[in-house]
Ligand binder design. Structure first.
Ligand code: 5GW
Ligand code: MN
Length: 297
């Protein structure tokens, strides 16, 4: 594999040479946090250059997903869409946590891609299913993932990839802007506001509102995040309090104190119920419409 050398300092527009330094690719959205973490939007990265860089390192990417109880119905569509759009051309291990391994359909995967089934128990309470993802991920990082992959990407299963999601997302620790809050006043962020909870964030603190359904990074960083969130969830449980948005509240608290080194724009977690926006040039990872009552009963 070779990378065609392109000049990264100039670009031609309308027959005129523009100096890239004076021509930011996006001026309609924030592309850098105040702590110098890039925010990934369409137009801000050169995928050929990044693919080359990650290929040279021969990285393997793990994708964790939970399909417990009725959520098993989302798995096939999820994996099929990942085959088309997730980390094309790189080594990928899908780690599917499920309580019904026998119900997982046979799926043909492209070369360099594997699916690993990991059996977990189901919890009677749905909040527990969601929250115990933290525990399972950190335990399996220790037990297995750290020997097999370089990066871990942790997502919801009730989603489909509908456009490119590649190595541009990878970094030490990344989170994703929640599609419902990127354009709201921070005072409206639905952080946990009760001081008794480990997830507590006072008003006028907090940078962004991150989604619980898409985070990741290097194994060491994801280990620290998931372990810390699990411990915080257990501490809350002992104190008979549960954070307002469960694991998502704890992720938001973690990111307040451990700033992500990269942030994904809502292109990477969109819901069509949120409509279309001019800033949104791509919808890369979309929530599947679900009948909440039927799927959660
Ligand atoms: C979640 C909510 C209510 C009832 C059940 C669940 C549930 C979640 C489940 O029965 N089985 C399951 O595997 N999950 C996992 O937790 C899925 O990976 C799911 O994507 C994730 C988060 O739950 P979601 O997707 O319902 O949460 P929202 O915030 O996207 O609506
Ligand atoms: Mn979901």
């Amino acid at each position: 594999m070779s990378l065609q050398i392109t000049c990264t300092t100039t670009t031609i527009q309308n027959g005129e040479e523009m100096y890239r330094i004076l021509k930011p690719p996006r001026t309609d959205v924030l592309v850098m946090t105040p702590w110098f973490a890039p925010i990934v939007w369409d137009g801000t990265f050169d995928i050929d250059l990044l693919d080359y860089k990650f290929k040279m390192r021969n990285v393997t990417i793990g994708l964790t997903v939970f399909a417990v109880k009725k959520y098993i119905i989302f798995l096939q569509g999820f994996i099929e869409s990942a085959e088309n759009y997730f980390m094309q051309g790189h080594q990928v291990n899908y780690y599917v946590f499920t309580d019904q391994p026998e119900a997982v359909p046979q799926m043909n995967l492209k070369p360099g891609r594997n699916l690993v089934l990991l059996v977990v128990q189901s919890y009677p309470q749905w909040q527990e299913i969601s929250m115990h993802r933290m525990e399972m991920i950190y335990l399996f990082i220790q037990k297995r993932f750290k020997k097999e992959v370089d990066y871990l990407v942790c997502v919801d299963v009730d989603m489909t990839f509908s456009d490119h999601v590649g190595v541009e997302i990878l970094d030490n620790l990344f989170g994703t802007l929640h599609p419902a809050f990127y354009d709201t006043n921070p005072i409206e962020y639905t952080y946990e506001r009760r001081i008794e909870s480990e997830a507590y964030i006072p008003f006028y603190e907090g940078d962004f509102y991150y989604a619980g359904g898409f985070f990741g990074g290097k194994l060491k960083e994801v280990f620290l995040l998931t372990k810390r969130c699990h411990e915080a969830i257990m501490k809350d449980k002992n104190n008979e309090i549960e954070a307002i948005w469960h694991d998502e509240s704890h992720i938001n608290k973690y990111f307040l104190n451990h700033k992500p080194t990269k942030i994904l724009s809502p292109e990477y977690l969109w819901d069509n119920d949120m409509g279309n926006r001019n800033i949104l040039r791509k919808k890369r990872f979309l929530a599947v419409r679900k009948n909440h009552k039927a799927i959660r009963s």
